[in-house]
Design a protein around this ligand. Sequence first.
Ligand code: ADP
Ligand code: ZN
Length: 377
Amino acid sequence: MSDKLNQTMTQAPESIDSRQRTGQPWNDMLPEALESMSSPRGEVRSMGSILSKASQVFILTDENIAPFWLPEVEYGLNCEKAVEIVIKPGEQHKNLQTVQRIWKTLMKHHADRNALLINLGGGVITDLGGFAASTYKRGIKFINVPTTLLAMVDAAIGGKTGIDFGGAKNQIGTFAEAEDVLVDPVFLSTLPRREILSGMAEMLKYGFIADDNLLEINIDNYQDHILRAGEIKREIVAKDPKEAGLRKILNFGHTLGHAIESHYMTTDCPLLHGEAVALGMAGALWLSVKHCGLDEQVLKDYEKKLPMLLSEAEISLTEADIEPIMGYLVHDKKNMGDKPRIVLLEAVGKPVWDVTVDYDTIKRSLEYIIINEYGKR
Ligand code: ADP
Ligand code: ZN
């Protein structure tokens, strides 16, 4: 784990459920939760020192998150005087226009190179805020406080920042590490279940590529494994920060997943990232059985989990979707050369990357998903 990337992790206080039932306001809860963040490892103290060194503190968040968590985080981190930048939620705002708004706010308040940006939110906020911070005056410090499961185990960690541009996701970006990542499951108490399931799919990915303990997660115990998932990502990124080789294993399930996600973007019921990856992993496991000798039981066990992962998604993949999805695959930036290079598994915990698979074979993995009606509700 990188020294710079401390992570604080605590369980949500048990009192939260009872407080919910008694109808006490959320803003009573977080101070307590943040107190509980003062873990024995003292990482909150390290965050305190980052904050105290800052000439000014800015907090970026979105309109969904702000009412629940903004005052509480300001209180908990003792930065009530922070300048708030609250943007509209959604991937469609992860663009240059929003970055300009952030830069302008920083300039308006005369932020110097010692200013600090706290990114409080999901992947959209951490990608966007990391990008804005890493480019303002050639880079100011930023802290990520992920509020979605997906961001806790993925987006907030690993030093990739970016915005969408020219109709394509993450086209413009930087490699820039957060000074600190503060993970606390208490934020998940307000996150819709569908978003939790999406994050769980990404956690299962770590199970497949690195640690079979993570294949045991379910809706009741996933919080116990958030820290481990983040650790796996950090270890991989530390070994290969710029994706020369090993880091590619983080794309397990993503080649097909991104194509399915892009296809669904054009419909009335877009899929969440993790849902598309859940389907993509089914295809990747099927291919792994066919081409890399993966034990078929791994695929069978995963097939039992898929309905749960997709239970909140509205999907109805049919044969007619194969061609458009294949069209996105051909344009995927990672598919250099004539044949796509993808990540497959020889066994759980034994991923292989840059496996060339021809388009016809990939198409058959899509047919497998459709024939088994995994993409149907
Ligand atoms: P990710 O890329 O991490 O999946 P996004 O940044 O796209 O997440 O956020 C997903 C949605 O969930 C957004 O609408 C966001 O405003 C909302 N959201 C994020 N965190 C929370 C939270 N803790 N409680 C309620 N809504 C949240
Ligand atoms: Zn992903």
